[in-house]
Design a protein around this ligand. Sequence first.
Ligand code: AMP
Length: 353
Amino acid sequence: MTNKEKTIGILGGGQLGMMLADAAKNLGFKTNIYSPDYLSPALNYSTDQTIAEFDDKKNLTKFLESVDYITIEFENIPSDTINFIAKSNKLFPPSDAIKISQDRLKEKDFCRENKIATNRYINVLNAGDLSDWNYDKKSVMKTRQLGYDGKGQKIISSKREAKEAFNKFGQVPCIMEEFIDFKLEASTISVRDTYGNTYTYPPAENFHKNHILDTSNVPASINMKTENTLKDISTKMITNLDYIGVLAVEFFVLKDNTILVNEIAPRVHNSGHWTLDGSEVSQFEQHIRAISQLKILTPKLIYKTKMLNLIGDDINIWKNKNNSNNEKIYIYGKTDIKKGRKMGHVNFLEDLE
Ligand code: AMP
């Protein structure tokens, strides 16, 4: 069977699905995007579309039968759906890795079990658990599930504040963790194929605005030792998770260069969009290669790249501009402009020294 006869199924229809579908098409695959929302930006980029809810077993079965490989473009797909799909043996990354990254406690426990440094934390299942935490230093309470872009997070300075936040979150399972006064935030994009080969891109240095990723710079302003440690940790994680596909790992780098894992994402990641132009091969192509039993590549960095997210109204400044040699503009085609919504991104390229 050539790539042309094979179809990649993608759960989720956002911009990550759109760029995955594009990469799959360039490798000669057909695609089927599964999304509950008929306005999803990825749908226009896909050969086939399935518009259905994630718990619609009839449509899920039809979808499963129509594709050769399945992947996800966001991690918060209901676990029933993940379990149902995993039975087909077509799902990559593996369901265990997806489940770990759906729950901040499981992520932290995985780090602890694998001797990977992360910030101190406790599990908070009920108000009584809040007594097990020391409030002398600033902390952060986070809901264990469904948090993103700062949602489901609160900085805490006292037990009273912790109780208030826990109630405000509806007493859902949470973690309390140390607040980290980091020097910088960095992330890695790693990929592992079915042959056990791994590759990690040069780490990106990330800057957030209002808890949303604003820019990613590659190369990051870190020394070679720190770069190698970030890559080693990511390789350990992707290998110990027995992972197939792209895995993103977010880190805090402290003033004394101590490195702590913040969280992981079992998918292509916003801080890897620079690879579309700054690397010989993008994270999207690498992910499609890995999940479809092709070998991953070891691309070279070709430009210094700054990726700028276009959030909400920012899109109006860029939507009618043309690409130039050193500015590559990506518009996601979302119909409604909303505050905080990722509408596109720009890669600014600079020659390497
Ligand atoms: P997260 O969803 O955990 O990636 O958090 C989003 C952003 O909030 C991070 O990229 C950091 O900028 C900030 N943040 C999260 N947790 C902490 C922490 N424990 N200490 C300091 N800043 C944090």
